[in-house]
Design a protein around this ligand. Structure first.
Ligand SMILES: [Zn+2]
Length: 607
C-alpha cells in the first residue's frame, strides 16, 4: 500500500455506515470489533457504556485496551497489540511491532523533524533508497504523506503500530539523534582532534561534561539502552566510514546503531576517562572498570569491565556488563535439576578436595562458580580467589588478579594465597602442570579448591589432569567431582507456541533417538520458537545452564587407578548417577523451555 487513499473495499468490508477517514474514535472501533465477531454483542454494549461515562484523551486503541474487553472466541483480554494487529488487518495495512534494535535512528531522524513526527503522531522506522516506511496509529489520516514524499523524494509505505510504542519511540529516537548530532558538532569537522586536546587540557571529568554535553548524553543513552535490552556486552567498533555499535544479547550480536567515527571516538574517550584509563594512549590495549547506576524501581549498581584494542580503523572498545543479580541466583535459577542440585550441594559442602567445572568459553562456568562460592562465603571462612580476569568484584571474597608480566601466574598466585590462611580457594583455570600441582597440594593440606578446565564433558576432565601429569593416586586423593556445563537459549515465554500433535509426535521420536539408550522421563510438552518484539523476533529470551555432574565414588577411583580410559570412566560415572549433558537438554525440551536445535548445537552426543 503506497500513499493511495484507503481502498474502496474497506467501507464495503466494514459493512458499516461509518466513513473511514479522519481520526479513529472508540465508538467506531467497538462497532467494527463487534461486526468482525472479535467481541460479543453484550461485551460491545458493556464497553460502550463504560467508555461513554468518562472523557479520555487517550488514543482509542489504548483506551479500549485499558477497559479490558474479552475476546468472544476464548475470553482472552484484548491488549493493545492484539487490537492494533486486528485493526491493521481491517484497514489493509501491515502490522508492525517496533523493534528499536532494527531501526537506524540516524536515518529515520533525517526523514522528518521531531516536531513534525509528534504533530502527526507518526514515526519513520525504515529508510531505503526508494522508500520510507512510516508507522502510524491513525491509518485514515494521510494528508501528510505527499509532503513527506516530496521532501524525501521517496515513496511512503504506511504500517500500523501501537500508539503507545509510537509515542515512546518518537521521543527516544529523536532525542538520541539530537545528542549524536550535538556530539558530532562538538567533536569538530576533523573528528576527535580538538576533543583530545580538550581532554589533555582539562583531564577532568567535569571539564568534559561542561564542554561536551552531547557526548555525555550519548554515553548515558548507550548504557541505559544496553541495560533495557539485557545486553551482556557492548561493542564500539570503528570501521572505515562509520562507527558501529553492537550489543550481545543471549549470546548473539545485534547491530544497534551507526554513528560518525568522530562521535564514537569521543564516546570511547569519555568512557576511558570514567574507567580511569589513559585517554591519550590509543595504540596499546587497555583494561578498566566502571560502576554505574541502573535506574529503575531498584536502582542497583552495574559493573562493567572495559577493554580497548587498537584496530586498523582506530580504537575499538568492548564493555562487558555484569548482571548484579548473577551471584545471588540459586541453583534452580541457574538451571540445575533437583537431582543435580542436591548432589552439587553435598559435593560443595565437603571440607577439602578439588571440585572442577568444565566447558568451553562462554558456557557459564564463572557464574556457577561465583554463585556456589557466594553461598559458602560466611563470616567464619576465608574465601580467596586467583582469577584471570576478575570478572566480578565480590566483597565477600579476597580476589587476586593474575599478572604474568609481574610473574604472578595462577600457580604463583595460588602459592601466595596458601600463606594467607584460606579455607576455600577458587583458581580461575588450570592451564598447566604447576597450577594443577598447586591445586592438588592445596586440597591435600585441607582446603576446598574450586577450579575450571576446558573439556567437552565431565569424564574428560579426569583424562585432562592425567595428561597434564597428575598421577592417578593424587587425582583419587583430591578430586571430589566434576561439573560439565553448557548454556542454551530459553524460549521466549511471550510468543512460544505449543507444537501441534503431528509435530510433537515427530519431535518426540527424534528426541528419543538422540538420547538412546536413555529415556526422557516425565511429561512431554514441546514448544516452538515464534518471535515477537520482546525477544527481538528471535523466539528466544534468556539462557539457562545444562549440567552433567560426575561425583567421584570408590568405584570410580578404582577405574582411575587401574584403567584410565575415557569410555570406561564415563560408563562408571553413569552407574554412579551422572546424567549426560544432552539428556539434561532433552528434559528441558520436554518441559517446553528450550528446543531440540538449541540442545543439539550446544551438547556433545550421548556416549
Ligand atoms: Zn518472543
Amino acid at each position: 500500500m503506497r500513499s493511495s487513499p484507503p481502498p474502496a473495499t474497506l467501507s464495503a468490508a466494514a459493512g458499516s455506515d461509518v466513513a473511514a477517514h479522519g481520526p479513529l474514535d472508540w465508538r467506531t472501533l467497538v462497532g467494527w470489533l463487534r461486526e468482525d465477531g472479535v467481541i460479543a454483542p453484550a461485551e460491545a454494549e458493556r464497553t460502550v457504556a463504560r467508555c461513554a461515562s468518562a472523557h479520555s484523551a487517550q488514543h482509542p486503541l489504548q483506551r479500549l485496551s485499558v477497559v479490558g474487553m474479552a475476546r468472544a472466541q476464548d475470553g482472552q483480554l484484548l491488549d493493545i497489540e492484539t487490537l492494533t494487529q486486528w485493526l491493521a488487518g481491517r484497514c489493509g495495512l501491515n502490522y508492525l511491532r517496533i523493534d528499536p534494535l532494527k531501526v537506524d535512528v540516524g536515518k529515520v531522524a533525517d526523514v522528518m523533524s521531531a516536531a513534525y513526527a509528534e504533530r502527526h503522531k507518526v514515526l519513520p522506522v525504515q529508510v531505503s533508497p526508494a522508500e520510507v516506511v512510516v508507522a502510524t496509529a491513525e491509518p485514515f489520516i494521510r494528508d501528510w504523506v505527499p509532503e513527506v514524499e516530496r521532501q524525501t523524494r521517496k515513496s511512503v509505505r504506511l504500517v500500523l503500530a501501537s500508539p503507545v510504542d509510537i509515542s515512546r519511540y518518537t521521543a527516544e529516537f529523536f532525542a538520541l539523534a539530537k545528542s549524536v548530532r550535538a556530539a558530532n558538532k562538538g567533536s569538530g569537522q576533523g573528528g576527535f582532534g580538538s576533543f583530545e586536546q580538550l581532554v589533555e587540557l582539562g583531564k577532568s571529568n567535569k571539564q568534559l561534561d561542561a564542554n561536551d554535553q552531547g557526548v555525555v548524553q550519548v554515553v548515558d543513552w548507550l548504557w541505559q539502552y544496553a541495560f533495557d535490552q539485557r545486553a551482556s556486552d557492548i561493542h564500539l567498533e570503528p570501521r572505515r566510514e562509520q562507527g558501529v555499535i553492537r550489543f550481545r544479547i543471549d549470546g548473539v550480536l545485534h547491530p544497534v546503531y551507526q554513528m560518525p567515527v568522530g562521535v564514537m571516538n569521543a564516546m570511547i574517550a569519555r568512557i576511558k576517562l570514567l574507567g580511569r584509563m589513559d585517554v591519550v594512549e590509543r595504540r596499546r590495549p587497555q583494561d578498566g572498570r566502571i560502576k554505574t547506576l541502573r535506574p529503575g524501581q531498584k536502582a542497583d549498581e552495574v559493573e562493567m569491565r572495559l577493554s580497548t584494542l587498537p584496530t586498523a580503523f582506530g580504537e575499538k572498545m568492548v564493555m562487558r556488563i555484569f548482571d548484579p543479580d548473577a551471584t545471588v541466583k540459586d541453583l534452580s535459577a541457574l538451571g540445575f535439576s533437583a537431582h543435580d542440585a542436591q548432589r552439587w550441594e553435598s559435593l560443595t559442602r565437603r571440607p577439602h578436595g578439588i571440585v572442577l567445572v568444565t566447558g568451553p568459553t562462554g558456557s557459564g562456568k564463572t557464574t556457577t562458580l561465583y554463585a556456589t562460592l557466594k553461598r559458602l562465603a560466611t563470616e567464619e571462612v576465608n574465601v580467596s580467589t586467583v582469577e584471570d580476569p576478575i570478572e566480578m568484584i565480590e566483597p565477600a571474597f579476597n580476589q587476586v588478579q593474575v599478572q604474568p608480566h609481574l610473574d604472578l601466574d595462577f600457580a604463583q598466585g595460588l602459592r601466595a594465597l596458601m600463606r594467607q590462611d584460606p579455607d576455600i580457594i577458587m583458581v580461575g583455570e588450570i592451564r598447566d602442570l604447576p597450577t594443577a600441582e598447586m591445586a592438588v597440594q592445596a586440597a591435600l593440606t585441607g582446603h576446598l579448591v574450586f577450579t575450571s578446565l576446558h573439556t567437552n564433558d565431565a569424564p574428560s576432565a579426569v583424562m585432562r589432569l592425567l595428561e597434564l601429569g597428575i598421577p592417578p593416586y593424587l587425582i583419587n586423593a583430591t578430586v571430589l567431582g566434576v561439573l560439565a556445563q553448557r548454556l542454551v537459549r530459553t524460549l521466549c515465554p511471550a510468543c512460544r507456541t505449543r507444537e501441534d500433535e503431528a509435530a510433537a509426535g515427530a519431535s518426540r521420536a527424534a528426541l528419543a533417538e538422540l538420547v538412546k539408550p536413555w529415556q526422557v522421563s516425565g511429561g512431554y510438552r514441546p514448544f516452538q520458537p515464534v518471535g515477537c518484539v520482546d525477544c527481538r523476533m528471535t523466539g528466544y529470551r534468556g539462557r539457562m545452564g545444562l549440567y552433567e555432574l560426575l561425583v567421584v565414588t570408590e568405584g570410580f577411583k578404582d577405574k582411575v587407578s587401574r584403567e584410565p580410559r575415557l569410555d570406561v570412566l564415563r560408563r562408571q560415572a553413569v552407574v554412579d548417577g551422572m546424567r549426560p549433558l544432552r539428556l539434561a537438554g532433552a528434559a528441558r525440551v520436554a518441559e517446553g523451555l528450550t528446543t531440540l536445535d538449541e540442545v543439539l548445537a550446544s551438547t556433545p552426543p550421548v556416549n
